[in-house]
Design a protein around this ligand. Structure first.
Ligand SMILES: Nc1ncnc2c1ncn2[C@@H]1O[C@H](COP(=O)(O)OP(=O)(O)O)[C@@H](O)[C@H]1O
Ligand SMILES: N[C@@H](CCOP(=O)(O)O)C(=O)O
Length: 325
């Protein structure tokens, strides 16, 4: 159950007095999610999600909320933060920062086919282009510097073979990130965590699936667009059992993405290395979450072994379908 902070009726109504959202019709906790307390809120004005941020501090929120607002205003379907009467995109509820965003339509599709990957590829490219004139900048806080900073603490938990893999891949990625080619890769605001469980689809038997939108922008940051695409491919276009890329879904994702934003020659050349970077990112964060002491182990951490398998797979079998420029 991912409602860490419970909200009473009177407290909710007091808080909503700062918004122009009409009367409350329903309010219920959302069971899934691992970071924040989330609630579906329906009022006479529409359908929303209320989020109480359990870890992020108030000063960390503007980049994420303003980015969502910016993308929504460019017709990228993402939750649109609702301003309070005073214009602020968040306030304090139960002593924690909290915001209200529009509720997206649809459900997560955890077994996507090529049609879902096409929808995701198109919208990811549109989101990248829409982010070009976003005024705020914050680096991806889970990039190389962070991997390097936590690697020493992870070492004690790893087998010799895992340690060798981690050190070798960190060295490869350090060299890649320091290269002139890397500096030339285009980038901007990226979702950085666009997994199957962070997108919704409207599906029925009579029409192709339609993307309801992307959500969970709280790992977003400015990064290379190719990294965002690699994170997405490493989750949407793989056989979950072994981490191998699925040619049909990958083809659908890349074609759709490049129909909106064609890759540069540098991007095409470095696609295999970026897929490895994206795998390393989540291997490291999952190892970190798995091994760090938790004051309250509320939830089972994700399996780091999944991304170790993906990383080994990307090294052993770089994608056969090139990202053509
Ligand atoms: N804007 C939204 N529209 C529709 N559903 C949402 C929205 N935001 C969150 N949800 C639902 O709430 C669940 C939990 O959200 P999530 O962002 O994954 O939580 P957490 O930040 O705690 O990981 C999602 O799986 C999704 O079903
Ligand atoms: N997608 C990441 C975990 C990020 O957490 P989220 O549930 O907030 O998206 C992973 O799978 O390791």
């Amino acid at each position: 159950m991912a409602v860490f902070t419970a909200i009473g009726d009177a407290e909710l109504r007091r808080w909503l007095a700062d918004y122009s959202l009409g009367d409350v019709l329903s309010f219920e906790g959302i069971a899934s999610g691992i970071e924040n307390s989330n609630f579906f809120l329906t009022t006479t004005a529409g359908a929303y999600v209320l989020t109480i941020f359990e870890k992020l501090a108030a000063h960390e929120l503007p980049y994420y909320l303003e980015l969502m607002r910016h993308l929504a205003s460019h017709r990228v379907p993402v939750p649109d933060p609702i301003p309070r009467r005073d214009g602020a995109l968040f306030g304090l509820l139960a002593g924690k920062p909290a915001s209200i965003v529009t509720r997206l339509a649809g459900r997560a599709q955890l077994a996507p086919d090529a049609r879902h990957c096409t929808e995701v590829g198109t919208m990811l490219a549109r989101a990248h282009l829409a982010g070009r004139d976003f005024a705020l900048a914050q680096p991806n806080l889970r990039s190389l510097d962070w991997w390097l900073s936590v690697a020493p603490a992870l070492h004690t938990h790893l087998s010799p073979a895992e340690r060798r893999l981690l050190d070798a891949e960190l060295a490869t990625q350090q060299a890649f990130f320091a290269s002139a080619d890397y500096a030339r890769l285009p980038g901007g605001p990226c979702h950085c965590d666009l997994f199957r469980d962070n997108a919704l689809f409207v599906e029925d038997d009579h029409a192709p699936p339609r993307l309801g939108g992307f959500f969970d922008y709280y790992f977003a940051g400015n990064d290379k667009w190719l990294f965002d695409l690699a994170v997405t491919a490493n989750d949407w276009c793989i056989d979950l059992a072994n981490g191998a890329l699925d040619a049909v879904r990958l083809d659908a994702l890349l074609r759709a993405y490049q129909a909106v934003r064609p890759a540069t020659t540098d991007e095409a050349r470095h696609w295999p290395t970026m897929l490895r970077a994206a795998a390393l990112r989540f291997w490291v964060s999952r190892l970190y979450d798995f091994h760090r002491p938790r004051a309250a182990a509320l939830l089972t951490p994700h399996d780091p072994g999944h991304f170790e398998r993906i990383l080994r797979e990307r090294i052993a079998h770089p994608p056969t379908r090139p990202l053509t420029a």
